[in-house]
Design a protein around this ligand. Structure first.
Ligand code: DGJ
Length: 685
């Protein structure tokens, strides 16, 4: 028996083997599907008499000791789940696999669907039986790995230092990408890639799994002793968290799998396409954000003055960050009390909003809805609304506690509170922050790790239905960047560092799976508050230019020259942002290379931007040619440099053929530390 589904360029084929099991016999380019064949597992010494190897819906109990799809047992009898090999069938672009344990009455259903070339895999558990079932773990995705997979890539990091590319050997054993803290975190999030030796940004095979889940997760690649491998993605379940009562179901989060034969750029293209197709198309207005301009020291008068300066520079939306609400002077109090501080904003927020509108800008507001300060009216009124054990002391983080979103009353309160703000004020944008992990993730002592994420999703979904408001996902910077929250929000704050050198790394890492126009890229102060580095305005502007631009500094501290450079940068962004929002991002350099080279090529291929960011002085003054990508070989392109200062502001570089630009390239690296260049290409014939 064979089932097949087709994506745009890929196809996936399952076949029932002689062993009666479901084998993934092909996942790759359509034209190579003749390679498909069910593997014959060898009968080895000291091994089961009926050989076992990785299949779909693998289960324990037959001598297979690798990862099983589901681990569960009957709560009453403690009888272990025993899943039979799945039945499967294909229809349209979807394959469905059905496994049963008839004795317990449990059904496990996995669906694999192509959306473009993205393979979306979901799994659902149903308890059709008469007793409750305790689920210990359940994989959203569990597939055998291709035999070329020998390297493993994730990204490492911590607060303010996200996005460190980490490539390792994967020849033996298990490597996990784990997030236990209840939000995806700064340490790479729910993404794991397997690649062939020598694969890079533009060449070689990459297989990536990304779990669309904003809570605790595990991704793992495990190589068994026979050399076969499995790739796993799952939501982490805490002990006792999932008891499936008779009639109940557990829907696991979707995993999106991308496969590229053209390096990591090909993987990014698959993710960008799917995320773009599922999100709203919103205009990326240039932001001014008050945080690094004033931190908690925001008042009506100071903000109106900032708004005027921001508008003069070219900002189109003014975002009032932390510090605006009742009694909030530092991070020790007030989360939960979402009304304007009377001393700072004696007339509410309306005078500021009017001033912002008068400058032609929209207004955005910072909130941290999931949190509460112990020193707040909300916490005093509802001490039982926070996560924790009832009898134990509550562990604070950034002086705050987490509201228990598994409680309907809490979700209702948050919806009504945010709705009241959105009704009272014309707010077009909410910066939704989340500044601590979940610990302990218990609701009155009972595990509620996943319920918290589900509660957040429900709240966001309800708000999105009721209000036309754009939302930014921020979690102390890049602590919550994943496809689960991406379908409910419009933008990510990728990191709390605004240092332009760090940002090149952070934004490149975040743009692996997220389209670059979704990433908030702000021009910060110099010296930078986090790193102390002094970086020219030109470099800072160029570093922000491929993302959703903004200003995150006090304009009063910019000199006239810097202001002119910044304004020119914003002009360029505005002139190109519409096509950039659909463009394909192509990395021309490897992570950590100097210079950092990226191109954005318009969807129709008629224009492109090339950015060259040189951080350090190279050993030699003469630099190799830079070879471009994504162009039409036969077409001609006119290249002009877009300068941020000086006269003229546009420097013609010449007219070249796509083939020459891609095969031989041009010498374009200035070889001078902390300089950048921006080159526009336009197809002429
Ligand atoms: C963390 C965010 O990442 C910052 O941009 C800022 O909004 C602060 N929180 C405010 O507390």
């Amino acid at each position: 028996m064979i089932a097949r589904i087709d994506g745009e360029t890929l196809c996936l084929i399952l076949q029932r083997g002689d062993d009666g099991l479901a084998h993934l016999v092909w996942f790759g380019p359509k034209n190579n599907d003749v390679m498909a064949r069910a593997p014959h597992f060898q009968r080895l010494p000291a091994s089961p008499d009926v050989p076992v190897g990785p299949t779909l819906h693998p289960a324990h109990g037959h001598g297979f000791h690798n990862i099983a799809q589901v681990e569960a047992h009957c709560h009453k009898t403690r009888r272990l789940l025993r899943l039979k090999p799945p039945e499967f069938a294909a229809s349209d672009r979807q394959i469905t696999l059905n496994s049963h344990d008839e004795s317990l009455g449990v059904r496990v259903v996995t669906t694999m669907t192509f959306r473009g070339d993205a393979l979306a895999v979901t799994c659902c558990l149903h308890n059709d039986g008469e007793t409750s079932i305790d689920v210990t773990r359940a994989a959203s995705l569990l597939i055998p790995t291709p035999d070329w997979a020998s390297r493993l890539v994730t990204w490492a990091g911590a607060w303010g230092r996200e996005g460190h590319y980490t490539e390792r050997d994967w020849s033996t054993g298990r490597i996990e990408q784990l997030g236990r803290a209840g939000r995806p975190g700064f340490d790479g999030g729910p993404t794991l890639s397997l690649l062939e030796t020598g694969a890079n940004v533009a060449h070689g095979r990459w297989l990536t799994a990304h779990l669309a889940w904003s809570g605790a997760f595990r991704l793992a690649a495990e190589r068994a002793t026979d050399g076969s491998g499995q790739l796993l993605a799952e939501r982490l379940l805490a002990p006792g968290e999932i008891r499936l009562e008779p009639g109940a179901s557990l829907v696991l989060p979707e995993t999106v799998v991308a496969l590229s034969y053209e390096g990591s750029n090909g993987v990014s293209r698959v993710y960008h396409d799917i995320i773009r197709s599922e999100g709203l198309r919103v205009k990326r207005l240039v932001h001014f954000n008050t945080w690094e301009a004033r931190y908690f020291d925001v008042t009506e008068e100071k903000c109106i003055s900032l708004a005027k300066q921001a508008a003069e520079l070219g900002a189109e939306r003014f975002v009032l960050d932390d510090g605006w609400f009742k009694g909030r002077h530092n991070d020790e109090t007030s989360l939960g009390d979402w009304s304007a501080d009377e001393a700072k904003f004696p007339n509410g927020l309306m005078p500021l909003i009017d001033a912002v509108h008068a400058e032609g800008m929209e207004f955005g507001l910072w909130l941290e809805p999931e949190m509460v300060s112990p020193d707040s009216d909300l916490c005093r009124d509802h001490p039982d609304w926070v996560l924790g054990w009832p009898e134990a002391e509550l562990a604070t983080g950034r002086n705050q506690l987490v509201l228990d979103l598994s409680l309907p009353a809490v979700r209702e309160h948050l919806f009504l509170t945010i709705a009241a703000l959105l009704d009272a004020y014309p707010i077009s944008y909410v910066k939704w922050d989340c500044n601590r992990d979940l610990y302990p993730a218990t609701s009155g002592g009972v595990a509620s790790l996943g319920l918290q994420t589900e509660g957040l999703y429900e709240l966001l979904d309800r708000l999105r239905i009721a209000y036309k408001v754009q939302i930014e996902s921020c979690a102390s910077g890049g602590g919550r960047i994943d496809a689960g929250i991406a379908s409910r929000t419009d933008r990510f704050w990728a990191s709390d560092t605004t240092d332009a050198i760090d940002r090149l790394r952070v934004q490149r890492a975040a743009s692996f799976a997220m389209p670059t126009e979704r990433l908030g890229c702000h021009i910060g102060p110099s010296p930078n508050p986090m790193t102390g580095r002094e970086i020219s305005m030109e470099f800072r502007v160029l570093a922000a230019l491929f993302g959703h631009m903004g200003i995150e500094a006090n304009p009063a501290h910019f000199n006239d020259n810097d202001k002119a450079i910044l304004m020119r940068g914003l002009e360029i962004s505005k002139a190109h942002r519409d096509w950039m929002g659909d463009g394909q991002l192509l990395n021309l350099s490897e992570p950590g290379d100097d210079p950092d080279l990226q191109m954005l090529v318009s969807a129709g291929g008629d224009q492109a931007l090339l950015r060259i960011m040189r951080v350090n002085t190279p050993v030699r003054p003469l630099q190799p040619r830079i070879r471009l990508a994504g162009l039409d070989q036969q077409s001609h392109y006119e290249l002009v440099e877009l300068a941020l200062r000086g006269d003229p502001m546009v420097w013609p570089l010449g007219n070249f053929m796509g083939r020459g630009l891609m095969h031989d390239g041009l010498v374009l690296d200035s070889a001078r530390a902390l300089t950048g260049r921006l080159i526009h290409l336009r197809k002429t014939e």
